[in-house]
Write a protein that binds this ligand. Structure first.
Ligand SMILES: [Zn+2]
Length: 289
């Protein structure tokens, strides 16, 4: 890279779906990459298939970063843990960052894999130890993982899901915030100040409010709409708003109505799309790819 080149953080929407299975959209997961480091934000359904499409796999991950412990955001964490374990010839523990409670979830996951771990260790002479994991539970502030990308976090508001966490990634003047599921809140606002990019999960409240099913309507009070995510981006002075987690999903190539709703409250660049949509966020500006 030329010395005059601006630092860049790549955001790839690995899974833009939701708990409702879709043939086209994997579960919630986003890859944040910079300087050869790869941070997987949430590990929803099909995450390793989408990583494979990028030529990446579980062994390439610098860390898994969980916004909260809702099932759709962690369904494939077991796949990430196990696949990394069996694909690495040398032990290389997986760092898993998440809210308080993450260690308990990971312990239970490993317990559920006990039979598989036993089979593989008995069968492969060179597998001497079970999957290595390094769980880092966080609440707010800087997170030191020893990499070149600086991580920090703050609490978000996805109640009654508690705790939930938003993350910020900073690399040489480029910055991206990953909000996860949340309503607008002070913690997320604090992360967004001056950020180049904001990745925000959203649901169409105007559509869902008209669906005559209380189980669906229950989701209204703990997610943000495109309009609310846009207002959060505007308050923070964010340059590029990246929407994901589309409920209900829009057809491939669609989403203009989602963009228009967000544009009512945000004058910057708005990105959305299909799984594997990538956005490059630089220190000064962002460009879709
Ligand atoms: Zn959630």
């Amino acid at each position: 890279m030329a010395s005059s080149a601006k630092a860049t953080i790549s955001v790839t929407l690995l899974g833009t779906g939701s708990p409702i299975p879709s043939p086209d959209r994997a579960g919630p997961a986003t890859l944040i990459s910079a300087a050869g480091e790869h941070y997987l934000v949430d590990a929803g359904r099909g995450v390793l298939l989408r990583l494979a499409a990028l030529g990446l796999g579980a062994p390439n991950l610098t860390a898994v970063v969980l916004t909260h412990l809702h099932s759709d955001h962690i369904t494939d964490l077991n796949d990430v843990i196990t696949t990394r374990w069996v694909m690495m010839l040398e032990p290389n523990p997986l760092t898993i960052v998440g809210p308080i409670g993450t260690k308990r979830v990971v312990d239970h996951l490993l317990a559920s894999l006990e039979a598989d771990i036993g089979y593989r260790m008995a069968h492969h002479e060179d597998l001497h130890a079970p999957p290595g994991v390094n769980v880092v539970e966080v609440t707010q502030g800087a997170i030191d993982l020893g990499g070149v990308v600086a991580l920090s976090c703050a609490p978000t508001d996805h109640r009654p899901v508690e705790p939930s966490i938003g993350y910020r990634f900073d690399y040489k003047g480029a910055s991206v915030v990953a909000a996860g599921d949340t309503v607008p809140c002070d913690g997320l606002d604090s992360l967004c100040v001056g950020a180049g990019g904001l990745v925000h999960t959203v649901i169409r409240k105007d559509v869902i409010a008209n669906i005559p099913m209380q189980r669906i309507k229950d989701t209204l009070d703990y997610h943000s709409s495109p309009e609310e995510a846009a207002a959060t981006a505007t308050r923070g002075g964010v340059e590029t708003l990246i929407l994901t987690h589309y409920v209900p999903p829009f057809p491939s190539g669609g989403g203009d109505d989602w963009r228009a709703l967000a544009a009512q409250h945000f004058g910057g660049v708005i990105e959305l799309g299909d799984d594997l949509h990538r956005v490059e966020v630089t220190g000064a500006a962002a460009k879709g790819a």
